[in-house]
Design a protein around this ligand. Structure first.
Ligand code: DC
Length: 231
């Protein structure tokens, strides 16, 4: 469905561990929209750089690598897959090593430009739910619905801790908390596309909410906007 001649975009931004992925996927499934996880793109390039043992401080090397890479986000038999140069890297990009090192590629303007082009192309043929850090502010400042999903640092640490535990990784909770704080700082303080709330974004503090409550709230907001724009 097009609204004002543009496909509908639900932009979901927020810090690490705010629960963006789970909620964004569920909203996309309920509405029949395409789900796009932009963090996976920064992770995929970081994965490749680490694999090729590139110097993460050498911007030129990273830009050259990014220009030669293809990243595809696909839905295969109901699950979301990340392909890098034709290879499925969905699982490999979720490690703590990649979480810790993604900021190197994420702060390079030339790499962000490349990824922004791919991200914007998804709207050409689809209504989308896109999650990241700069979706409402930079990728789609004209997104019809902008959400800023947040939660307390304690809650975000707890969620990430249990996610890692499910993957068989047991990390000290205080160490994890400090890492999340550091990552947040890097996202918020970088020069290019820092994490920040768009003035028109609706803030949802998920600290004391269930996933179902979050999904229902976002879908209700969508329905209201869709109804108003069809009047
Ligand atoms: O959401 P995530 O943890 O999968 O993100 C991985 C990294 O990519 C993290 O360093 C933040 C960065 N990122 C970004 O800079 N811009 C986005 N739109 C999405 C993620």
């Amino acid at each position: 469905m097009k609204h004002k001649n543009k496909h509908f975009v639900i932009a979901i931004d927020g810090p690490a561990g705010a629960g963006k992925s789970t909620v964004a996927k569920m909203v996309a499934e309920k509405l029949g929209f395409l789900y796009v996880d932009t963090g996976a793109m920064y992770r995929a390039l970081t994965f490749k750089a680490l694999k090729q043992k590139l110097d993460l401080k050498n911007k030129k090397e990273l830009i050259d690598m990014a220009k030669k890479s293809t990243i595809e986000l696909l839905q295969v038999k109901g699950s979301y897959k990340v392909f890098l140069d034709g290879q499925d890297v969905t699982e490999e990009i979720r490690t703590e090593e990649i979480s810790k090192n993604s900021h190197f590629v994420a702060c390079i303007p030339e790499i962000r430009e490349l990824l922004w082009n791919i991200q914007r192309s998804y709207r050409e043929h689809n209504d989308i739910v896109m999650e990241g850090r700069d979706i409402g502010t930079i990728v789609f400042p004209d997104a019809q619905l902008k959400i800023f999903l947040d939660a307390s640092i304690e809650e975000r640490t707890k969620r990430r801790h249990s996610q890692l535990k499910q993957q068989g990784i047991d990390i000290d909770i205080e160490t994890l908390r400090q890492e999340i704080i550091k990552r947040d700082e890097k996202d918020r303080k970088r020069d290019i596309a820092p994490l920040k709330k768009h003035p028109n974004a609706i803030v949802i503090d998920t600290t004391n909410m269930t996933i179902e409550e979050e999904v229902t709230l976002i879908i209700d907001l969508y329905k209201k906007i869709a109804k108003e724009s069809s009047l």
